[in-house]
Ligand binder design. Structure first.
Ligand code: ADP
Ligand code: MG
Length: 328
């Protein structure tokens, strides 16, 4: 059977989610989300605690059924063709599903046998994974004795004993120290080279920024933004120019001088934060440094003194905070 016949038409996206809804009694965990992931891509599903990340992953891996809406894995509906979907996907959870009393190799063997791998094929696959995930030193050690980062890597390796089309990694680095986190990042980056489609959930912007081709941001069960990391940063606006003035009585004049630039933040009232505070205003800097030097020139010409002036890029954190702030 050809690969296309096994996994649906290659043109079909690896993951296609349409108006997916999941409610638990009164709780709307997912309020109708839609997104697509192309084959071989890494999607970062980003959101704070309780935003619906795990629910999404459980629906896509057929562990639960959607309340309404639909999802397809390589063209296969997760309800109508759940059995087929299970053959295509692999899932590693936030909490390792390993047997701590068994060694790395023994754990990988268990997962291999579960999926029908035996004998030489199984051993070859395990050797490949030990090599790929740099688990040589962990090979014959009990998993319980390994560091958190190593355990997480064994966990991810166990999900790959039978090569899936789509791998779900649910918060693979939550609870890890920075070094272990970096090791898991390397692991995920290596998966990209294998052409496996990865859906990675995370609460960490840095992680999504670093690993994902595209990001879908969830908040309270809804998609609040989607796009490449770069696009999302742009969405919150281009860079800004921040100006802190010496005197408060010139703010009106400054606003006049910069009237052609979009005001992002009106001059702050210096008195509010104490007598030392200087009024500060923020304008959009569509041309980056050129805008800043233009602002400096205009202020100089008008003999207006500044305490500070600078160019600032919006961070992905700002995008995230802006988009996930609960409406009050
Ligand atoms: P995340 O993984 O982003 O932290 P979840 O998908 O686990 O979020 O949860 C989304 C929402 O659904 C939360 O409000 C959570 O309390 C609720 N929820 C998740 N699973 C269940 C369940 N089995 N029963 C009731 N509510 C649930
Ligand atoms: Mg979760």
């Amino acid at each position: 059977m050809s690969t296309a016949a096994r996994t649906g038409t290659a043109a079909e996206p690896a993951i296609q989610v349409t108006d997916l809804v999941k409610t638990y009694g009164e709780v709307s965990a997912l309020k109708g989300i839609s997104f697509e992931v192309a084959r071989g891509e890494v999607l970062g599903l980003l959101g704070p605690n309780g935003s619906g990340k795990t629910t999404t992953v459980t629906l896509l891996s057929t562990l639960q059924r959607p309340t309404s809406g639909s999802a397809r894995i390589c063209g296969n509906d997760v309800v109508a063709r759940a059995g087929r979907v299970r053959e295509l996907v692999s899932l590693t959870g936030q909490y390792a599903a390993l047997d701590e009393g068994l060694t790395t190799v023994e754990n990988l063997s268990v997962f291999g046998r579960l999926t029908g791998l035996r004998g030489r094929a199984l051993h070859t696959r395990i050797d490949e994974l030990v090599e790929q995930f740099d688990l040589g030193t962990a090979r014959d050690r009990r998993v319980g004795a390994l560091s958190g980062g190593m355990q997480r890597r064994v966990d991810i390796a166990s999900a790959l004993v039978t090569r899936p089309e789509v791998l779900f990694l649910d918060e693979p680095t939550t609870g890890l120290d920075p070094r272990s986190r970096a090791a898991v990042w390397d692991t995920v980056a290596a998966l990209r080279g294998d052409g496996i489609t990865v859906l990675l959930t995370t609460q960490y912007l840095e992680e999504a920024d670093r690993l994902a081709d595209h990001i879908v941001m969830l908040n309270q069960g809804s998609v609040v933004a989607a796009g490449t990391p770069g696009r999302l940063k742009q969405q919150v606006g281009a860079a800004v120019c921040e100006v802190t003035l010496v005197e408060r009585d010139v703010t009106a004049a400054v606003l006049g001088l910069l009237a052609d630039l979009e005001l992002v933040e009106a001059p702050t009232d210096g008195t509010a934060s104490g007598s030392q505070a200087h009024p500060r205003l923020v304008v959009r800097a569509p041309n980056g440094m050129s805008t800043v030097s233009e602002v400096i020139t205009r202020l100089e010409k008008a003999s207006i003194d500044v305490v500070d002036i600078g160019l600032r890029q919006p961070s992905l954190d700002e995008v995230f905070l802006q988009l996930t702030e609960s409406p009050r």
